[in-house]
Design a protein around this ligand. Structure first.
Ligand code: SAM
Length: 330
């Protein structure tokens, strides 16, 4: 099991305090029923990480911790045991983790359009290993709760946070659907790269709304297709070699879905074609990457002949006067 007590303690001094007891119960239930044989092996790599004295942390494009470490090679070995590192980049005591995705590029596209994160409590749905959470902390966020059902993501975050040691930033091993519904506590909720994995995108949007406090903000980023209102693609078979892609709307369609689910001040703030500069293989994520997922003769198409990935970011507000049915703590 993973010790989340410092994060739970952090919650007690904040507006997220009502979440503390249900979260504690949810974690207890998880540990009691867990059957995942993979977690002990992953945690053994974190246990074997060498001790260090972190003297400086820089939460910029490359999330970096520097200081004195007893054994750099042991650090590299244990971090390599946690491959693939899809999200990053990180640099821990001069071990450069060159991840598949250059997430700094997405953050640069998204961050200018998001309301000031200073002092905010944030839920990052599908957080991966928490790379973006570090950028949110650097922007002043008081709390970043990442949630991601992938144990590898959870454990990569533990490895990084062993050296950054921030109790207000965590990655919890949960899906959005499994969280206490309608918490209505978070000032900002991010969902980046998750919607196309959801079979029911409107339910996903509704669950995001349930987590946001009245007047709070949603930042929604997903793959879209070119086109106008009311168009969307449900790819038959795979999309860019992924077999878990359901709905790819146009940006206008996505905006209309947010409107339908009751969001206001909906803005399409960015649309960017994904390039091999942003997503490529590396020593830390060997094997196939974007280049292999596109038609080699026409990068406008995926290998299956669908429109190639364009990522859209939308920002929207949950109306002040909209409080949902309250959740029950017991
Ligand atoms: C494509 S990655 C995106 C990661 C990161 N947010 C980003 O934008 O780079 C999607 C992540 O969402 C997680 N995920 C999938 N379904 C989810 C769900 N129902 N609730 C929360 N996270 C989910 C996956 O485990 C994966 O780490």
């Amino acid at each position: 099991m993973i010790d989340y007590s410092s994060f739970l303690n952090h919650l007690s001094d904040t507006a997220l305090e009502p979440w503390q007891a249900p979260l504690e119960t949810q974690l207890e239930d998880l540990w009691r029923t867990l059957k995942d044989g993979n977690l002990p092996r992953l945690l053994s790599y974190v246990d074997a990480l060498p001790e260090a004295n972190t003297t400086k942390v820089s939460l910029s494009d490359i999330v970096t911790a520097t200081g004195d470490i007893s054994d750099t090679e042991a650090l590299r070995t244990q971090l390599k045991n946690l491959i693939p590192w899809r999200k990053g980049p990180f640099d821990l005591f001069d071990v450069a983790i060159d991840s598949e995705w250059q997430c700094n590029m997405k953050w640069q596209r998204v961050a200018p359009h998001v309301s000031d994160l200073n002092g905010r409590h944030i839920l990052d749905v599908g957080s991966g290993n928490g790379y973006y959470g570090w950028r949110m902390k650097a922007a002043g966020a008081r709390t970043v709760a990442g949630i991601d059902p992938s144990w590898l993501s959870v454990v990569q975050h533990l490895a990084v946070n062993k050296y950054i040691a921030d109790p207000s930033h965590t990655v919890l091993p949960f899906t959005l659907e499994s969280l206490t519904p309608n918490l209505e506590l978070f000032d900002t909720v991010f969902s980046m790269g998750v919607l196309y994995h959801r079979r029911s995108p409107l339910d996903h949007i509704n669950e995001l709304k349930g987590a946001i406090r009245p007047g709070g903000e949603l930042v929604l980023e997903t793959i879209v297709i070119p086109g106008g209102p009311n168009e969307s693609l449900v790819p038959i078979g795979r999309y860019a070699r992924m077999n878990n892609v359901w709905f790819l709307p146009t940006a206008d369609t996505l905006a209309s879905w947010l409107d339908k689910m009751g969001f206001v001040e909906i803005k399409i703030v960015d649309q960017t074609i994904t390039t091999p500069e942003e997503q490529r293989p590396s020593d830390w994520k060997p094997g196939q990457s974007l280049e292999n997922y596109l038609d080699p003769n026409n990068h406008q198409l995926t290998i299956e002949g669908h429109p190639a990935p364009i990522r859209a970011t939308l920002v929207a507000t949950k109306p002040e006067n909209q409080r949902l049915k309250r959740y029950h703590l017991d």
